[in-house]
Ligand binder design. Structure first.
Ligand code: SF4
Length: 348
């Protein structure tokens, strides 16, 4: 029996997201709304997203600004409640975070934020910043916490004496290392990384990404990696989900997605990134504007920008189907429409 349960735990994904939605009420104040007889206005930041993350892997979510990827990051660490759907962590509903065992669950998932300048308390020394999660989640003594802080600083390439300095005395890359040390303080299994390198110089980005990869290997961590930068995603991800206006439109293993992108939006994003070797200049910019999420297009929300759109695309939202290695939400791909034309700003 024990053996069967262990196998089940090992096989099931660490994170399972099913039909997750998060809407925000952005209506005018009630009195104004009643007087002007306007209905409530809901921003559907995430609207029906499903994916899973296996233990030890990195799933990256990419998409243009406002596509909902940062909202998913916050849903996964319990910073926002779900409007609809479910999120399971190691077989346990994330909503349990609000229950009596919530602290134990919270300890297992931590987040690294985009801006290491804003996410570190400028009035605290580094030692206190890194030790703070231990105070909240463990009963470690002061000497035990001090010892752990030294070990964590060493793990992210800082010196134990750095514990006595303040965040403003460090460079951007060093501050993000401090953020990583703080996130690791309570031995989490899952890290949600929301654009962790986008505020850093390009030369520093690779160092931080390599530290994260090394830590993943040595500690068996699982990552959800949020980024708008496909070159960074190519460097870190095992699988990639492409988001557009609150939904995932394509998800696949990294190599399948980069070598055989199928959804027209994925193809457009890939046509806009610099050469993967870094030698080439930026190719075509992403064409068209992301529609207003308060008034999204009907049917497939990508249809105003899609060169392959037909009448069906304007009325019916496509569902996710498996095509080869990829899962894609597109009528044209599901029905075999001719879609060979190279996608770039020239055809859009
Ligand atoms: Fe383009 Fe239609 Fe596919 Fe949407 S469903 S991506 S509009 S072909």
């Amino acid at each position: 029996m024990t053996k069967v349960m262990m196998n089940t735990a090992q096989v099931r994904p660490l994170v399972e997201v099913r039909d997750a939605a998060r809407w925000f009420d952005v209506s005018a104040p009630r009195l104004e709304r009643v007087l002007s007889r306007k209905p409530r206005t809901m921003l559907r930041a995430v609207d029906g997203v499903s994916f899973s993350i296996r233990r030890g892997e990195t799933l990256a979510l990419v998409g243009e600004s406002g596509c909902g990827k940062s909202t998913i990051a916050r849903l996964l660490v319990g910073l926002y409640p779900l409007t609809r759907g479910s999120i399971m962590f190691d077989g346990q509903p994330l909503s349990d975070m609000d229950g009596p065992d919530g602290l134990a669950l919270r300890k297992r998932l931590q987040m690294i934020f985009q801006d290491p300048y804003a996410s570190l308390n400028p009035r605290w020394r580094v030692g206190r910043i890194v030790a703070e999660p231990m105070l909240a989640h463990t009963s470690m003594t002061k000497p035990q916490r001090d010892e752990r802080v030294d070990a964590l600083l060493a793990q992210v390439g800082l010196h134990p004496t750095d514990r006595d300095r303040y965040p403003h005395q460090f460079s951007g890359g060093q501050r993000q290392r401090i953020s990583i040390a703080r996130a690791l303080a309570v031995n989490p299994e899952f890290l949600v990384c929301d654009e962790p390198t986008s505020a850093l110089d390009v030369s520093v980005q690779a160092q931080v990404l390599n530290i994260m990869k090394d830590l993943q290997r040595s500690l068996g961590l699982t990552y959800l990696f949020i980024s708008h930068n496909l070159a960074v995603v190519h460097h870190v991800a095992d699988r990639v989900g492409v988001m557009y206006l609150g939904r995932i439109v394509e998800i696949a293993d990294r190599d399948s997605l980069f070598e055989h992108p199928q959804h027209p939006y994925t193809r457009m994003l890939l046509s806009a990134i610099p050469d993967m070797t870094g030698a080439g200049a930026r190719r075509t910019p992403v064409a068209g504007e992301v529609p207003n999420p308060l008034n999204p297009p009907s049917g497939c929300t990508f249809h105003p920008r899609c060169p392959f759109a037909r009448e069906l695309c304007k009325t019916e939202s496509p569902i996710m189907v498996a095509t080869g290695e990829n899962q894609v939400a597109c009528h044209g791909i599901a029905q075999g429409w001719p879609m060979k034309v190279e996608i770039s700003a020239a055809v859009l």
